[in-house]
Design a protein around this ligand. Structure first.
Ligand code: 3H9
Length: 692
């Protein structure tokens, strides 16, 4: 055995050298690992007895790519492309053994080798696009040569992982084996190659898959057009397409040089820092600060959900998906049946998209039971209440539940803005009461606000955080204040948007400014989609707001073909004359002087109101750090990912400038723009939210 450095060592079995990488937790290809591989390959090439080389990784996974922490810092040689070039040009066959995941530079390394074998439960992917860059170690040049242009375009621009069996079908790996015997199989495979004198398969030399597409520039144009909506605002997909075009039109080495230049441009550009921030922010938000109950989580073996509506059903699906039995409760058998049908329909949609099998649907549905008796929650370890937003009703449910649920069971409310302390206070176990704010549709949206009420204990919190991970949600712990983090900032933006339309901007203008900023839709379009009647009470409405009036007119949004916009039967929207008249009349009645409002004003008033509210949320400790606010808004509310979240965006502008803009807005539009004390302090100190 030879140790190259503490991340790479070599062992030798009967003429096969095993170069083993050990850089926990994920075998990222940082400077030390790159140097280790580089030296290890050179070393074994010199040993006459060694006839072939196997590259494998220790720990839970093969390499997941470049070390993201090195981005934005001076490069330390050898570069990854240089290391991979040594691998590809080795005159001895090199085989990689993939377990866990081969991602980014890790998969590029595998593609530089001559053969790839993988554990049958492994996954492969090139997720660089999610970090605002492209695979910069030959991925854009080798993959199309191996799998063809169309598949390479889809694979690299999506950043999605594929299973080993799909990789085998695509030709990305050569053989699948049992995970337990991976290394032995890889060695055997290498011995076979040596015995048969098999050729060194260099992907760079393959031409058949790309030469057939040489004269078809329309493949690329078609791909651009088809994905224009998905790629809107993001720089990396276009760069990836250009790099793959080069794989078709240029010799390998020239394509590699172009790939490098494109990578460097992206690294120097504005988006990758924001996307890396999003990556690390998401990981940070899932971590509960160390407490006395470290590593202690309650075991959740059965979940109860109260309310079989859209929300309750969506919540239930998360737990069915991970094999937990769920009992769902509603007031009538009809409501239960409706809920059950919706859940099955959702699963059938997934079946149609090839995401699950018929068998999985049956297994999951078999875990679901329904009841109209709260007493059937008695053996649940976690009960989530998902009835409509009425504090009194929620309190009454929790009072009863407290008498029914077993000791130690966690009682959660899915409220999106109500006071969790008030709900906890009606029970004799407030330390076991928590908020779990799922977002609609709850089976799809990744955000979960975990609301820590004043008495919620550490066990509950740690259990909720760990459960969030299990059900593939991004859990963010937030404090108990009106609207928590997400809805409180939404309210600040919505309030401003509503003032703007009364003062003279049209809803479609406001929507366009925010859409152009990068949101998937503006606030009024969103209102129409969600339903103007959500949170509206028909027994307590008296034309106090434009929204109330529209609701009173039966204009509840898309579902009634009219809200702020009019909709045809295909749900195509057009600005509504009726809504416009309602707005103008309302402004007149309340003596609001209407004027021309610029896009610039809409931009500043809506977005800086959000940043200011975010600063107040931080100041009050409702969010533990600024990056948690960014995570909430990026994962749950459509803040453009490539702008990092509202607090990251504010940091990029510079907090001095943010404060000056707010002071100016305060002068023109009132006290609510008064900058938060924290913002003023940070601006004066030359600080930022990132370093706060
Ligand atoms: C690339 O390869 C560029 C090349 O094409 C070109 C080069 C020239 N680097 O997420 P987890 C850390 S770009 C450094 O909690 P999971 C992570 O921060 C790269 N650190 O676990 C965390 O640290 P901590 C392309 C990394 O099981 C710990 O590992 N690759 C990296 O839920 C555990 O992570 C990617 O984009 C990294 N590359 O998920 C893959 N990756 O414990 C990005 C992870 O201190 N990574 N860490 O908080 C992922 O998608 C997920 O981390 C992964 C594991 C799926 C791998």
């Amino acid at each position: 055995m030879k140790t190259i450095n503490d991340t790479v060592k070599i062992t030798n079995t009967n003429g096969i050298a095993i170069v083993e990488i050990n850089a926990p937790p994920v075998n990222a290809l940082g400077a030390k690992v790159r140097k280790g591989i580089f030296e290890a390959i050179h070393h074994v090439l010199e040993i006459e007895d060694v006839k072939a080389i196997v590259i494998s990784c220790q720990g839970r996974t093969f390499s997941v790519g470049a070390d993201i922490n090195e981005f934005g810092k001076p490069r330390i040689p050898p570069s990854l492309p240089d290391v991979l070039s040594v691998i590809e040009n080795s005159e001895k066959p090199i085989i990689v053994a993939i377990h866990g995941m081969a991602l980014g530079g890790g998969l590029e390394l595998a593609m530089a080798a001559h053969y790839r074998i993988a554990a049958h439960n492994a996954h492969c992917g090139l997720p660089e696009v999610n970090l605002g860059i492209l695979p910069g170690a030959g991925g854009t040049q080798r993959l199309p040569r191996l799998v063809g242009v169309q598949k390479a375009l889809e694979f690299i621009t999506s950043g999605k992982k594929i299973s080993a069996s799909t990789a085998l079908k695509m030709g990305l790996v050569d053989k699948l084996v049992d995970p337990n015997g991976l290394l032995e199989e890889a060695v055997k495979y290498a011995q076979g190659i040596v015995a048969n004198n098999s050729p060194l398969k260099k992907i760079r030399e393959l031409t058949d898959k790309v030469s057939s597409d040489k004269n078809y520039s329309e493949i690329f144009d078609k791909f651009r057009t088809e994905n224009a909506r998905k790629f809107r605002g993001f720089l990396a997909p276009e760069y990836i397409i250009r790099a793959i075009e080069a794989a078709v039109s240029l010799p390998f080495d020239e394509g590699m040089a172009l790939e490098r230049n494109l990578l460097d441009e992206l690294l120097a550009g504005p988006q990758t820092a924001a996307l890396r921030h999003v990556f690390f922010a998401e990981r940070k938000s899932g971590k509960i600060p160390k407490t006395s109950s470290d590593n202690h989580v309650a075991s959740i073996l059965k979940v109860g959900v109260i309310g079989a509506g859209t929300m309750g059903g969506g919540i239930a699906m998360n737990f069915l998906n991970i094999g937990l039995p769920v009992v769902i409760m509603d007031m009538s058998q009809t409501a239960l049946e409706r809920g059950r049908v919706t859940i099955r329909k959702n699963y059938e949609n997934s079946l149609r998209r090839g995401k699950i099998t018929e068998r999985q649907i049956d297994d999951r549905m078999a875990l679901l039971s329904g009841t109209i008796e709260l007493s059937d929650m008695a053996d649940c370890d976690l009960v989530i209440e998902a009835v409509f937003e009425n504090l009194e009703i929620k309190k009454s449910i929790f009072t009863q539940l407290d008498g029914i649920a077993k000791p130690g069971a966690i009682l959660a409310t899915n409220t999106s803005y109500l006071n969790v302390d008030e709900i906890a206070a009606v029970t004799n176990r407030p330390e076991y009461v928590i908020g779990l704010h799922f977002f609609s549709p709850a089976n799809i949206m990744r955000l979960l606000e975990i609301v820590k009420a004043s008495k919620t204990n550490d066990l509950c919190l740690a259990t909720a955080a760990s459960l969030a991970k299990r059900i593939d949600k991004v859990g963010v712990v937030v404090g108990n204040g009106w609207g928590f983090v997400g809805n409180r900032i939404l309210q600040a933006r919505q309030g401003e948007a509503e003032k703007l339309i009364l003062e003279g901007a049209s809803p479609w203008n406001v929507d366009k400014v925010l859409y152009d900023f990068g949101f998937p839709m503006g606030p009024f379009q969103m209102r129409d989609l969600v339903g103007l009647d959500v949170g509206w009470n028909k027994n307590d409405t008296s034309s106090r707001t434009v929204r109330e009036i529209l609701n009173e007119m039966g204009r509840h949004g898309q579902k009634t073909n009219g809200g702020f916009y009019d909709y045809d039967d295909q749900r195509t929207r057009t600005p509504s004359k009726i809504a416009e008249t309602v707005i103008i009349d309302f402004a007149k009645k309340h003596n609001i002087v209407r004027r021309d409002i610029s896009d610039h004003e809409i931009h500043d008033r809506t977005l800086f109101a959000m940043v200011n509210e975010g600063a107040k949320i931080l100041e009050e400790g409702i969010a533990a750090c600024a990056s948690d606010i960014d995570t909430v808004w990026v994962t749950g509310y459509g803040w453009p990912k490539y702008l990092g979240g509202p607090m990251f965006w504010a940091d990029q502008i510079g907090l001095k400038k943010v404060v000056n803009t707010l002071l100016d807005l305060e002068k023109r539009f009132g006290d609510h723009f008064k900058p938060a004390a924290l913002l003023i302090k940070l601006a004066e100190e030359g600080g930022s939210f990132a370093t706060e």
